[in-house]
Design a protein around this ligand. Structure first.
Ligand code: ATP
Ligand code: MG
Length: 234
């Protein structure tokens, strides 16, 4: 199962969603790799901060290749990897990264509810569908609302737009200080053993998101297998 988290805007929660999903899959015991395509390296920082007693994960850093090891070795998920989560930079060039983007089971787009962000995202989704042309029977495009207030007009318009394009809106993450503190310590929501009372509602929100992803995971190709979509591209 391969997930890529994308949004052309900065600061909308790409790294937050990517790292929290990694904490989910590690918590489930899945062998997981985090691919940090962002030269800023926020996900890399998160991995380095992660407590050593936590389940290990593979970090793939295309922007920080080490001497003395082949590029292919450093960029390839380890044998047996079940899940890769790719964090991307703001403003990532779509056309220049077509194969990297298509090579995923899920393109996850975090959206914040401001009217400006929603304008950007509607243009981005149109661009993504036209320029990258993901084969939607292999690569699902889905949206998550981050730091969300659901009752705004712009939010309602976004939902209508997504419905028209048949793009699932898979969940909502609230604005919670927990995310800021946890990311500093290399932790995610699923590292909290027993969810604190104040975060119980948030755990239900995550459940909706992870259940949707689990359905995709059940029918996805293993990370090192070539999907029919890639075969078509060869
Ligand atoms: N749901 C949330 N509640 C509270 N703070 C959040 C939430 N989501 C993200 N943040 C905070 O907002 C800031 C930006 O989030 P994040 O780094 O995940 O965005 P990004 O899209 O990856 O940014 P960039 O484009 O710069 O890589 C961070 O300080 C993060 O801790
Ligand atoms: Mg980021």
């Amino acid at each position: 199962m391969r997930i890529i988290v994308m949004n052309p805007k900065g600061g909308v929660g790409k790294t937050t969603i990517a790292t929290n999903l990694v904490s989910y899959y590690l918590g489930k015991g899945c062998k997981t790799a985090l691919i940090d395509l962002d030269p800023q390296g926020s996900s890399t920082y998160w991995v380095r901060k992660r407590p050593i007693f936590k389940a290990p994960l593979q970090l793939i850093e295309p922007h920080n290749l080490k001497a003395g090891m082949t590029k292919v070795f450093q960029l390839t998920p380890e044998r047996g990897t079940e899940v890769t989560v790719t964090d991307t930079p703001a403003g990532m060039d779509l056309v220049g990264n077509i194969s990297q983007i298509r090579n995923n089971d899920v393109i996850l787009i975090p959206v914040t509810p401001s009217v400006f962000d929603i304008q950007v995202i509607t243009r981005f989704i149109a661009d993504l569908l036209i320029k990258v042309k993901p084969n939607r029977s292999h690569t699902q495009v889905a949206v998550i609302a981050n730091r969300c207030r659901e009752n705004t007009q712009s939010f309602k318009k976004l939902r209508l737009f997504l419905e028209a394009l048949n793009i699932p809106f898979i969940g909502i993450i609230k604005d919670a200080q927990f995310y800021v503190g946890a990311s500093e310590e290399g932790l995610g929501f699923f590292d909290l053993g027993k969810v604190q009372k104040s975060l119980i509602k948030e755990s239900y929100r995550w459940q909706a998101i992870t259940q949707w992803l689990d359905v995709i995971k059940d029918r996805s190709y293993s990370v090192r297998e070539v999907s029919p979509c890639e075969k078509e591209m060869v």
